[in-house]
Write a new protein. Structure first.
Ligand SMILES: NC(=O)c1ccc[n+]([C@@H]2O[C@H](COP(=O)([O-])OP(=O)(O)OC[C@H]3O[C@@H](n4cnc5c(N)ncnc54)[C@H](OP(=O)(O)O)[C@@H]3O)[C@@H](O)[C@H]2O)c1
Length: 406
């Protein structure tokens, strides 16, 4: 069926949605991508268009609390980009509509409990309608998921087999958080503090794997600061590990256990090799634990939300986005002790400048790249949906690099 648009950005008035629109305009204005901006308020859409200087982009209205308007929106495009979050609060109507209309969909959720719910409710119908639903197409989890995919392709070329263990280490990154991201995080912690079943799901490294997966390797996570011989550095917990590790394991399952049934994967931040690195590692551990406890308890949650943390619509400045970056190192090893180190970098702040480019390129990839024609409907991950095709796009257009160091 022919659709009027290639891509609609739903949530165009959100902090990150505006950066997506700016990127879509700068990258694809005058090109073959037909795209539009959508949100629940025409007034806000008009002022965003005016501020960004992109008056000629069509606008559409839809509200997540009105399923009919969401259905109508998803029916007129090949791909929906959704930045309407927290997704656990507002995301389901659009996933439901895309599944119904066979529309492809990408988003920025990092909420494992919501992804699990969407898979359980809509995967069978997505397979029938042909809709490719790809969550986690931002900083979580594209660098990790495509980074591991890239590392395994290289390992197979060099060693004839994939690595059975990969450790992603954040060597450096600079950026900030937005109100929407904070609201999503606080929402998960709040729910988990009241729900033991949810806590169990969040603790399960294979929580997003398809039913009947055969993975049962004991998965060690970095929960506190420690010195690591292999990376030659102190490491500390990385806040995104809780979603990225789940996505990488789902990719392994959807790729036919390509990384092996005993595949181990974890993530952490490198904090330095000397005593200062150790101190920093323990400081990061304490800050993260403090944030989690603070977000779980109503009085401190209120205090955090109303004093320190950014509010919905707020986020890092243009300058912070431009000056931000990330640098991941992935350490892979085979059972025969063959080693490979891969580097993945981004040239803008991870959560916004780079995320907006990754999300947009994922959507355009679905709408335009002929390599995507053979990918069937279902709930996919970045690696299982796009693999090499998106890596090429991200390197060409979005300022990401994927390279082998050793
Ligand atoms: N994975 C990553 O790397 C990454 C990075 C950045 C952000 N994120 C996620 O992306 C999401 C957006 O973040 P943000 O900071 O940009 O959020 P934000 O600025 O708070 O924006 C939230 C958006 O949701 C819209 N919205 C709320 N209720 C709606 C409804 N009923 N119908 C239609 N739209 C509705 C709001 O519309 P109005 O403008 O009309 O209020 C607004 O555009 C969050 O879930 C965040 O966690 C992920």
């Amino acid at each position: 069926m022919s659709k009027e648009f290639d891509v609609i950005v739903f949530g165009a008035t959100s902090f990150v949605g505006q950066i997506v629109c700016e990127y879509m305009h700068s990258q694809y204005a005058g090109h073959e991508v037909k795209w539009a901006m959508a949100a629940r308020s025409q007034h806000k859409l008009d002022s965003v268009k005016h501020e960004l200087g992109i008056e000629d982009v069509p606008t559409l209205i839809a509200d997540a609390s009105d399923q009919e308007s969401i259905d109508a929106l998803s029916a007129q495009t090949k791909v929906i980009i959704s930045t309407v979050g927290p997704y656990d609060l507002y995301g389901e109507p659009m996933v439901k509509a895309c599944v119904k209309h066979g529309t492809d969909y990408v988003d920025l959720t990092g909420e494992p409990q919501w992804i699990r719910k969407m898979i359980d409710r809509y995967e069978a119908d997505a397979k029938t309608s042909g809709a490719r639903i790809v969550h986690c197409c931002g900083f979580d989890s594209i660098p990790s998921d495509l980074g591991v995919f890239f590392l395994q392709q290289q390992a197979k070329q060099r060693f004839g087999k994939p690595c059975d263990q990969v450790k992603t280490r954040v060597k450096a990154m600079k950026g900030g958080a937005s109100g929407g991201t904070v609201a999503s995080l606080v929402n998960v912690v709040k729910q988990a503090s009241k729900d033991a079943k949810l806590r169990k799901l969040l603790a399960n490294p294979y929580a997003l794997c398809p039913e009947g997966h055969r993975f049962n390797a004991h998965q060690n996570n970095v929960n506190h600061a420690k010195y690591e011989e292999e990376t030659g550095s102190w490491v500390a917990p990385f806040i995104m590990a809780s979603i990225n590790t789940r996505v990488v394991h789902r990719s392994n399952a959807l790729l036919g256990n390509e990384y092996g049934e005993r595949f181990l994967y974890d993530e952490a931040m490198m904090t330095g090799k000397n005593a200062k690195g150790g101190l920093m590692g323990w400081a990061v551990t304490a800050t993260l634990s403090g944030l989690m406890v603070g977000a779980a308890l109503p009085p401190t949650r209120w205090l955090l939300e109303n004093t320190v943390l950014p509010k919905p619509g707020e986020g890092p400045s243009k300058e912070e986005q431009r000056n931000g970056f990330f640098d991941f190192r992935l350490f892979g090893s085979t059972p025969q002790k063959q080693h490979i180190v891969v580097k993945v970098t981004g040239d803008r702040d991870p959560g916004y400048g780079s995320t907006a480019k990754m999300l947009s390129e994922a959507a355009v990839c679905l709408a335009h790249d002929t390599e995507m024609n053979d990918v069937e409907g279902g709930f996919l991950t970045p690696a299982s949906a796009f693999g090499e095709t998106l890596i090429k796009r991200l390197e060409q257009n979005a300022g990401l690099t994927f390279s082998v160091l050793a």
